[in-house]
Design a protein around this ligand. Structure first.
Ligand code: ATP
Ligand code: MG
Length: 432
């Protein structure tokens, strides 16, 4: 029979790769915990309307990338293409937002029907943080500090650049949109179909185009910053001052607009040049209008989302995943002889109890000594404990040897010992 394959652009993460993911997740958890953020979990499926109203009906995501379908009741649902909309929906539905401040984080799979390539998938994962009920710019800076701290923990600081821009208020952007539409109508020959449509429906989206011809047509386009209101400018200046004083480097990019409609004031992206075209690893900003746009009461908000696959690619290519993280196992127990299963399981458990940080596998499924030892070597464990029974009866002698499993094989040490006691010493000695 023909074997079924995963859906294109949706990746399996195999055990060996999972170790890198776990390392990244642990770093992220410890950083957000350090900043006092709390986890929120919400469904991967929502009403399609939620994303249309938040991300914007005229956006790449909603127009071309969503996995939407009618369920058996005829309700139109979509797999979430990002986390902010669901986070706001959940937090507001459960009364977490009104008159309160919240610092939240989430993680999980997102779905976009894009052209799969390195760093761009149809199911991918994000870590995100969202802060509600604070007007900024201090909280915007705190949120950026969360990301900067994570890069630092991961050893990626030198490979990431923060680009920021001030996109002002919805009113500012309306005025700017008119100016941009007039400008674009003088460059029609360089625009693609998308840009020609959007110059009327949502001209700012044109700035986000990945088409180089369209980008070249934009060189002399009016700049959004010339349309931004004074309050917003003051906040943006303060934000830059704070970043400078905290030693968080940034570049101002007046053309950065982000692909989602809900942002206002400060928006940003962290990019790297080691991932080719898929250089954005984190994007975010302020979105004060979104809660109200989704039916809640006006609530200030800001946050970012990190693309986990792109971070993992960075960690891999820069060799930043520590070797000890990549070791899946510490001890492999081989069990030789008849009726020795119980002793094996008990000894493994005794070792686990005494050394809760160790990974201990007890060989299952029987087999000859050589085969079991081969598995022990293959398992990646540092030591094998060989538990052996002489003879058949329950009364017969059971003894154990400890053996180091390094590749040279010449430092092997074999002793009959009180295993849980001696194992600690042995591991300590072998670590040094
Ligand atoms: P891009 O410009 O690369 O399409 P985006 O602006 O669409 O990114 P956001 O919606 O801001 O991305 O999502 C935040 C982060 O999620 C991105 O910076 C990126 O790291 C990651 N990301 C977005 N889309 C994908 C995808 N299809 N596959 C893998 N990661 C993705
Ligand atoms: Mg995109």
């Amino acid at each position: 029979m023909e074997k079924l394959q995963a859906i294109r652009g949706m990746n399996d993460i195999l055990p060996e790769q999972s170790l890198g993911w776990q390392f990244l997740e642990a770093c992220f958890h410890s950083v957000v915990k350090g900043f006092g953020y709390q986890e929120i979990r919400f469904p991967v499926l929502e009403q399609t309307q939620l994303f249309k109203r938040s991300i914007g009906a005229v956006s790449d995501i909603v127009e071309k990338e969503m996995y939407s379908f009618d369920d058996r009741n005829g309700d139109n649902l979509s797999l979430r293409p990002e986390g902010t909309a669901g986070c706001v929906r959940a937090a507001d539905q459960h009364g977490l937002l009104y008159n309160q401040q919240q610092r939240l984080w989430y993680r999980g799979p997102m779905f976009r029907h894009e052209r799969p390539q390195k760093g761009r998938y149809r199911q991918f994962h994000q870590f995100g943080v969202e802060a509600f009920g604070m007007s900024g710019p201090d909280i915007d800076v705190e949120v950026l500090q969360v990301a900067a701290t994570l890069w630092n923990e991961l050893g990626l600081t030198d490979h990431l650049t923060l680009e920021i821009n001030n996109i002002g208020s919805a009113d500012d952007r309306k005025k700017y949109s008119h100016a941009l539409t007039s400008y674009l109508s003088t460059k029609l020959e360089k625009l693609d179909d998308d840009a020609r449509n959007r110059m009327h429906t949502n001209p700012i989206r044109v700035l986000d185009s990945k088409n180089l011809d369209v980008q070249s047509a934009l060189v002399e386009a009016p700049l959004l910053c010339d349309f931004v209101n004074e309050n917003s400018k003051t906040d943006f200046k303060k934000l830059q001052e704070l970043l400078n004083k905290l030693g968080i480097g940034f570049l101002e990019n007046p053309r950065l607009v982000r692909g989602l409609d809900y942002y206002n004031n400060c928006v940003y992206e962290w990019t790297t040049d080691i991932l080719g075209a898929q250089g954005a690893v984190c994007g975010g900003g302020r979105y004060d209008g979104l809660v109200q746009q989704l039916g809640g009461r006006a609530t200030e908000a800001c946050g970012f989302a990190i693309g986990v696959e792109r971070l993992v690619l960075m960690l891999d290519s820069l060799d930043k995943i520590p070797a000890n993280v990549l070791k899946p196992l510490d001890v492999y127990i081989a069990v030789i002889g008849e009726n020795i299963e119980l002793e094996g399981l008990k000894l493994s458990q005794a070792i686990r109890r005494k050394y809760p940080h160790l990974g201990v596998v007890c060989h299952c499924g029987g087999g000859k000594f050589n085969n079991q030892l081969k598995r022990a070597f293959k398992s990646g464990a540092e030591v094998a404990v060989i538990l052996e029974r002489d003879g058949e009866g329950d009364e017969s002698l059971t003894h154990a040897k400890i053996r180091r499993l390094d590749e040279s094989g010449d430092s092997r040490l074999e002793e009959i010992v009180d295993i849980p006691e001696k194992l600690g010493e042995f591991l300590k000695n072998s670590a040094s």
